[in-house]
Structure formats: C-alpha cells, structure tokens
Design a protein around this ligand. Structure first.
Ligand SMILES: Cc1cc2nc3c(=O)[nH]c(=O)nc-3n(C[C@H](O)[C@H](O)[C@H](O)COP(=O)(O)O)c2cc1C
Length: 236
C-alpha cells in the first residue's frame, strides 16, 4: 500500500504520533510504502493569487518546484493522509497554504481521474477545541479532489506535546488506530467495489455542465474535453 502523508507541522508531535500508530497497524495488513512531507519545510510558500495554475497550467505556478513533488506523491498513493494540529480553530497556516496551491485539481477546475479510486484519511489534534472545523477543512480538499472515501480521526489531546498526552488517552488513540487501520486496509483493497459517493457524482455532473459552457478558462475546458467528459464519458 502506497501512503502519502502530509504533515501540517514540522513537529513529531501528538498529531504525527497518531498517524504513526495508524501506520504501524496498517503494516499488519500490507507492506506499507510511505512518502512523507512536513510543512512548511517541504512547501514554504503562500499562494500569491496569480491565477497562473488555473489559466496557464499548474506547472507555471511560481512555487511549482515545491508543489509538484507533493502533487505527484498524492497522485501515486493509494491512501492520502492530511494531518494538522488545530491552530486558531482551523488547520495550520502552512497546511492551508498547501491546500490553496492544490485548488487547481479540485472538481471545479481540473480533477485528476487518478484521485477517483483513492482513500483519504485526516487526523487532527487539539489542546481543547476546534476539531470539527479543522477536520472539515481537511476533508473538503480530499472531497473536492475526488477521493472515494475518507476516514477521520480527531483527538482532544489536552496537551502541547505527545509525552504529555494522558496515558489513558494514548491507549484510546492506539485502540482507535488499530480499528481504523483494519477498516482503511479493507477500503484500500476493495476501493473499486466501494459505492460512488453521491456528492461526488452530483458535483461531477454539475461541473461537466458548467465546463460545456466554459468560455472563461480554456485550460480547464481542454482538460475536461481531453478526458472525453464533455462528450459523455464518465470516470465512475
Ligand atoms: C499557534 C497555535 C495555535 C493553537 N490553537 C489552538 C486552538 O485554537 N484551540 C486549541 O484547543 N488548541 C490550540 N493549540 C494547541 C494545539 O492544537 C495542540 O497542542 C495540538 O495537539 C498540537 O499538535 P502537535 O503536537 O501535533 O503539534 C494551538 C497551538 C499552537 C502552536
């Protein structure tokens, strides 16, 4: 199983340790080949809002040297994992900066069909609050990239570092990791047989309609045309 993990922090903190627990459990089901990125080290730029990715193609992004290896690893993975600690009730700024850079591959622009048979996982930890909102931000990207099914783990760690997470909570995290890993491994193995998410089918149909009338962005339109999606071909 190929896993791409994007850490919304440079720390091997509580969030990373939750993923480490999942990774160890996944290893019981399959050989795990993991590619890991840490932000902002691996992608230290804010989106400059130049629109070049949308209108000229993603390779023209001024930060393509940092975003392209991450996008490539996402496209090659079976399981895409987005991790973030809660910062100010949302994802870390560095995670949001990556999300912004990868909007070109949202369903509303140029969804990559390789995303349609992937499984997603989000993991968030907080000292006290903000888990739901942060999880939603991470899930939005996976959903709009078109992944088939997403799992989410979220914990009120009540701590600023892993060593301080109460022992009882660490046991619960490990127990959850074991349970989730079993479900994730099954989903990855059977991804093609999983039902198509209704929201994705709805979004795809709506965007195919919009792209047929698209006279504002030839790069997006060409992408949809070249997949055959504007002449009725369906990827799922
Ligand atoms: C800049 C910053 C902002 C934070 N904002 C919140 C917050 O809004 N709510 C909260 O309960 N904890 C907040 N925290 C605490 C972290 O979410 C919490 O300690 C988390 O488990 C850290 O994860 P890590 O060990 O993986 O870095 C914040 C921490 C930092 C450094």
């Amino acid at each position: 199983m190929k896993i791409t993990v994007i850490n919304g922090s440079m720390r091997h903190g509580s969030t990373w340790h939750c993923m480490e627990a999942v990774r160890q459990e996944l290893g019981k089901y399959d050989t795990v080949q993991m590619t890991e990125f840490f932000l902002p080290g691996d992608m230290p730029y804010f989106c400059s809002g130049c629109y070049s990715c949308f209108y000229n193609g993603e390779s023209t992004c001024p930060h393509a040297s940092a975003t392209e290896p991450i996008a490539r690893a996402i496209l090659e993975a079976d399981l895409v994992v987005l991790l973030s600690p809660v910062y100010g009730f949302d994802v870390s700024g560095q995670m949001k900066a990556l999300i912004d850079h990868l909007c070109y591959m949202w369903m509303s622009h140029r969804p990559d069909p390789r995303m349609f048979n992937k499984i997603g996982l989000t993991i968030t930890t907080t000292a006290g609050a903000g888990l739901a909102h942060t999880t939603k931000t991470l899930r939005n990207s996976l959903t709009f990239w078109g992944v088939k099914k997403t799992f989410s783990l979220k914990y009120r760690a009540a701590a600023t570092k892993w060593d301080e997470v109460p022992a009882k909570k660490q046991i619960k995290i490990r127990r959850d990791a074991a349970r989730s890993a079993a479900r994730i491994a099954r989903a990855v193995k059977n991804v093609k047989k999983l039902p198509n998410p209704l929201f994705r089918s709805f979004m795809f149909k709506m965007m195919a309609g919009a792209q047929k009338k698209n006279d504002w962005n030839p790069v997006d339109r060409k992408h949809w045309e070249s997949q055959g999606w504007l002449s009725g071909a369906r990827p799922f």
